[in-house]
Design a protein around this ligand. Structure first.
Ligand SMILES: [Ca+2]
Ligand SMILES: [Ca+2]
Length: 279
């Protein structure tokens, strides 16, 4: 019994000592090792500076896209006539070794056969200066340049149905060039091999005569320096007046239609059309 009591006392004393020790240790930690007041900023303060220097990354400047020039009006595309499609005058397959200067590439006629007349936006740069105020400009470009000089006669010509009415003008299908138009005018630049000169002709269909009546007018024409283009200019007022006087037809520019052709040779003629005949 005495031993039992002694053990309890010892245990209590040990517990007391441990508790006191822990308290002392705790006080020592709390008092002696306590960190000083925290006057310095905590590590969380530096990020507050970041936004100022981080602006470039937070607002990236994308590359400015170049605006597309879609607002600009584009000239009406002019279809290109094939190369190597020159035929005999009466048709048939393309001929080999056609003379240079005959194979049409483009002409001043819209895809619907409308005449450009005073719309020179698609005209070759070499011919832009040919037409002056009030002129109608007709032009043909070629796949191969015109020889200098040509070895044979060549006509670079236009058939013009100036009221867009097949029932007026030269009767439809009376020549290869007009299977589908009633042409009032044939106008052309030509080269005469016999005379060695270039010149122009200007014919108006005369119902009274049943044939073409030659006209004189202020016509200017040029074979371009590159020899890839031929152009002809005539005052539209002159053309309009002459067609009224001789053909008895009122010009309707927005309805006017036509076809260009280049014809070469004499006994054996060859030809290319723009646009092609419908057959
Ligand atoms: Ca052609
Ligand atoms: Ca007509």
């Amino acid at each position: 019994m005495q031993e039992r009591r002694t053990q309890i006392v010892l245990v209590a004393a040990a517990v007391f000592i441990v508790v006191v020790g822990l308290v002392l240790i705790g006080l020592a930690i709390a008092g002696g090792a306590a960190p000083p007041p925290t006057p310095t900023p905590t590590p969380t303060s530096p990020p507050t500076v970041v936004p100022a220097t981080a602006v470039p990354t937070s607002t990236p400047i994308p590359p400015t896209p170049t605006p597309e020039p879609t607002a600009l009006p584009s000239p009406t595309p002019i279809p290109t006539d094939p190369q190597g499609d020159v035929t005999g005058y009466d048709g048939g397959p393309p001929i080999e070794d056609a003379p240079a200067g005959v194979d049409i590439r483009m002409a001043s006629i819209y895809p619907n056969m409308g005449l450009m007349l005073q719309d020179t936006t698609g005209a070759p740069a070499e011919l832009q200066a040919l037409a002056v105020e009030g002129d109608a400009l007709f032009w043909i470009t070629l796949h191969e340049p015109i020889p200098s000089p040509p070895e044979q006669d060549i006509d670079w010509l236009f058939a013009l149905d100036l009221d867009g009415d097949a029932a007026t003008g030269r009767p439809v299908d009376s020549a290869r060039i007009n299977p589908d138009i009633g042409m009032e005018v044939a106008i052309a630049v030509y080269y005469s091999a016999a005379e060695g000169v270039y010149d122009a002709y200007y014919l108006i269909w005369s119902p009274a005569q049943g044939g073409f009546a030659p006209q004189t007018a202020d016509i200017r024409f040029v074979v371009s320096d590159s020899r890839f283009a031929v152009g002809l200019a005539i005052p539209l007022a002159t053309l309009t007046q002459d067609v009224a006087d001789v053909a008895g037809v009122t010009v309707v520019p927005e309805a006017a239609r036509g076809r260009a052709a280049v014809v070469a040779g004499a006994a054996q003629r060859v030809i290319d059309f723009y646009p092609d005949r419908p057959d």
